[in-house]
Design a protein around this ligand. Structure first.
Ligand SMILES: *[C@@H]1O[C@H](CO)[C@@H](O)[C@H](O)[C@H]1NC(C)=O
Ligand SMILES: *[C@@H]1O[C@H](CO)[C@@H](O)[C@H](O)[C@H]1NC(C)=O
Ligand SMILES: *[C@@H]1O[C@H](CO)[C@@H](O)[C@H](O)[C@H]1NC(C)=O
Ligand SMILES: *[C@@H]1O[C@H](CO)[C@@H](O)[C@H](O)[C@H]1NC(C)=O
Ligand SMILES: *[C@@H]1O[C@H](CO)[C@@H](O)[C@H](O)[C@H]1NC(C)=O
Ligand SMILES: *[C@@H]1O[C@H](CO)[C@@H](O)[C@H](O)[C@H]1NC(C)=O
Length: 217
């Protein structure tokens, strides 16, 4: 009995400790929560989310770039929805670009059509990831979609809700200039300093060990 309990708790602790080293799960596309214990950071992220085209015809695509300002990120997860309230199903379709195909994977998010989410494949540090998102064919002119992303810097350090709007072009005839300016919304910020990052990693390790020990007692 005790050994079963220990195994279960070690498994649980391992899961809690690991987060999602091989990418976020398809069932988290709406919340984009990494499932870690810690609270998301409230200060602006040291990461940028930008799109090459902020206005796209229905069925058209825009290139999406995730980039670091100073510290690399280890994990990311993005999804798009028509409203940003997290209640709506994810929509559109992500496609990987050749240069980043080996570090990104598409997700078939719950309650949606295929490929409405995209995430990392490993915890390797990353400074840039580029992929595409296409607007649903059925999207009506003038509607606004939100591409939302989570950035994970380390187990306990992550940011939710980086967001960029993509507006569906008003008329089919009104073609978009390919040189339309890139739109960025995320601002550079002071980063957490490494001593506090280390402290939170230690705290987390301790929490995992305690979980296992409670089981023994
Ligand atoms: C990504 O989108 C851009 C901009 O719409 C387009 O030029 C490019 O061909 C797309 N690439 C892929 C791999 O879909
Ligand atoms: C979006 O979510 C809201 C709140 O749950 C719901 O009322 C609305 O019908 C949803 N819209 C779409 C297009 O799914
Ligand atoms: C992914 O592919 C690029 C070249 O397209 C290469 O430079 C990079 O090292 C590869 N990364 C991994 C983790 O395999
Ligand atoms: C996602 O959906 C596509 C199309 O239905 C399917 O081919 C693919 O195997 C699915 N991928 C996963 C990981 O379920
Ligand atoms: C996105 O659009 C909404 C209105 O639809 C607006 O309130 C919000 O400020 C915009 N966000 C960004 C980052 O442009
Ligand atoms: C790093 O964090 C420590 C403790 O929170 C703080 O005392 C120190 O001023 C910080 N250093 C920088 C450069 O922000």
């Amino acid at each position: 009995m005790a050994s079963i309990c220990v195994s279960i708790f070690i498994l649980m602790a391992a899961t809690l400790c690991a987060g999602y080293p091989a990418g976020g799960p398809y069932y988290s596309c709406k919340s984009l929560e990494p499932g870690h214990g810690a609270e998301p950071k409230k200060i602006p992220p040291p990461y940028r989310l930008s799109v090459s085209r902020a206005t796209v015809e229905s069925g058209g695509s825009t290139s999406v770039t995730l980039s670091s300002i100073d510290v690399p990120f280890v994990g990311f997860m993005c999804a798009a929805s028509k409203y940003e309230d997290k209640a709506n199903n994810t929509v559109g379709e992500f496609t990987r670009t050749d240069a980043y195909a080996n570090i990104s994977q598409l997700l078939n998010c719950s309650h949606s059509t295929p490929y409405t989410g995209i995430t990392h494949v490993s915890r390797d540090p990353k400074n840039t990831v580029v992929f595409n998102w296409s607007v649903p064919d059925s999207a009506s002119s003038g509607s606004v979609f939100k591409i939302r992303c989570t950035f994970v810097q380390s187990f306990n350090v992550y940011w939710l809700d980086s967001l960029v709007n993509v507006t569906v072009a008003a008329t089919v005839d009104n073609k978009i200039s390919p040189n339309e300016k890139s739109h960025e919304n995320t601002i550079s910020s002071e980063n957490e300093n490494s001593s506090s990052v280390q402290t939170s990693t230690l705290r987390n390790l301790l929490a995992c060990l305690l979980t296992v020990f409670y089981c023994f007692l």
